[in-house]
Write a protein that binds this ligand. Structure first.
Ligand code: GDP
Ligand code: MG
Length: 438
């Protein structure tokens, strides 16, 4: 699948310390093929590869990332952008009931996912949903809706097989009277997009002015799902998409193409036949899922959050001039703490056995003690620890809830660290490096 192909492309880069332009070109070629095979629209693929390449060539490698990780990061960000970067919510009407019209081809999952949505809004948002049975085309559709509604304890409004527009209007009226604040209208589909279906849906839209027209599409049909989305959007100006059957071996192409082709966001995904198998669509999480590198990505995220390039550069200067103070020491500790335990971090690296590192955990309590001691010092003391005579130490011990011995231990550690930094004049510290070893 797409995930395996992309992982393979990245794996080749992983061992490399520095990437040549040829390495990047080769990786991009593989990424391009992987996306095309996943049924992503070729125009989107072309644009995507161009954007990633341009960013990769022009960018500096973030401190503490390898060039290969940097490319994963860029690919991940661009995949996220492709899918809309933000999580899109249902449009909720300020004047209840909110009316959500569900449209789509036969078998896409309108009926089941209408129920899932109703259940979700009830459980997660405390709404009082009503399901309205407007698929009068297939006789069994009404019973089906009643069954799924019953399973979730969500009321279902139906009037048999009369004009669906009349049912929709009556359903909304019913909701208003009975305090249902959100209405999901289940409509009929066809096997293929056809004029008659679109005309019916347009008429219904005009009659009930829904707050949301949610297109339900089956992710398994790949490029066809994208074409359907395009056609439905042109006819109805949909407000969002729910992508179903993502639990199957969907190739991922639909998720990647729909936003780019229609401009409309994916709002929810269906991940199974059961009625609670619905998820809010998060573009960033979907991107990591497609990349199949959730772990590497969270490592990259951590590195990014915790690493301040500016500070690193300043620190390097200080180390070189041997002006590394307790205040700097404290900042370093804070960064280590933000990163989580060493085992945690190592566990995110592919091929590292976190268990083997259990003993190497940062002692959180010792860290907290050290922090408290440094915080209890005056700025002058932090700059110049030789000021610390016995009475000052006592004051600091009292202020930090520690003993003088703890302070002495810390000072000893710090002294040792300073000695190390003295030898450290090679300048092999964090270096800002271009992606290509020029
Ligand atoms: P409709 O014709 O658009 O109303 O589609 P249905 O709601 O009747 O669903 C068609 C089939 O797809 C049913 O068997 C559903 O159980 C199944 N289905 C719907 N959503 C999902 C999903 O997210 N995952 C899986 N595996 N099956 C789904
Ligand atoms: Mg149906």
């Amino acid at each position: 699948g797409l995930t395996e192909k992309l992982s393979a492309a990245f794996k080749k880069l992983r061992g490399k310390g520095r990437l040549t332009e040829a390495d990047v070109k080769e990786a991009m070629r593989e990424i391009r093929v992987a996306l095309l095979e996943a049924d992503v629209n070729f125009k989107i693929v072309k644009q995507f590869v161009a954007t990633v390449t341009e960013r990769a060539v022009g960018s500096d490698v973030l401190e503490s990332l390898t060039p290969a990780q940097m490319i994963v990061k860029i690919v991940n960000e661009e995949l996220t952008n492709l899918m809309g970067s933000e999580t899109a919510k249902l449009n909720i009407s300020p004047k209840p009931p909110t009316v959500v019209m569900l449209v789509g081809l036969n078998g896409a999952g309108k009926t089941t996912n209408g129920a899932k949505l109703a259940g979700y809004m009830k459980k997660q948002h405390g709404k009082r949903p009503l399901l309205v049975a407007c698929d009068t085309f297939r006789p069994a559709a009404i019973t089906q809706l009643e069954v799924v509604g019953g399973q979730l304890d969500v009321p279902v409004f139906q009037m048999g097989q009369i004009d669906p527009i009349d049912i929709a209007k009556a359903g909304i009226e019913h909701a208003r009277k009975h305090g249902n604040d959100i209405v999901f209208i289940d409509t009929a589909g066809r096997l293929h997009v056809d004029e008659e279906l679109m005309e019916q849906l347009k008429d219904m839209k005009a009659a009930i002015s829904p707050d949301e027209i949610l297109l339900i599409v089956d992710a398994m049909i790949g490029q066809d799902a994208v074409n359907a989305a395009k056609t439905f959007d042109e006819a109805l100006d949909i407000t969002g998409v729910m992508l179903t059957k993502l639990d199957g071996d969907a190739r991922g192409g639909a998720a990647l193409s729909i936003k780019a082709v229609t401009g409309k966001p994916i709002k929810f995904v269906g991940v199974g036949e059961k009625l609670d198998q619905i998820e809010v669509f998060h573009p960033d999480r979907m991107a990591s899922r497609i990349l199949g590198m959730g772990d590497v990505l969270s490592l990259i995220e951590k590195a990014q959050q915790n690493f301040d390039m500016q500070k690193a550069a300043e620190l390097e200067q200080k180390l070189r001039k041997n002006k590394f103070t307790l205040a700097d020491f404290y900042e370093q500790l804070a960064q280590i703490k933000n990163m989580g335990s060493l085992a945690d971090i190592a566990g995110m690296l592919p091929g590292v056995n976190a268990k083997a590192l259990e003993g190497a955990n940062v002692d959180e309590r010792a860290l907290a003690r050290t922090e408290a001691i440094i915080l209890s010092m005056t700025p002058a003391e932090r700059e110049n620890p030789s000021l610390l005579n016995n009475s000052r130490k006592k004051r600091i011990a009292a202020g930090s809830g520690t003993q003088v011995v703890d302070i002495n231990r810390l000072l000893k550690q710090f002294e040792m660290m300073q000695q190390v930094t003295k030898q450290f004049s090679g300048g092999r510290m964090k270096r800002k490096a271009g992606l290509f070893g020029k």
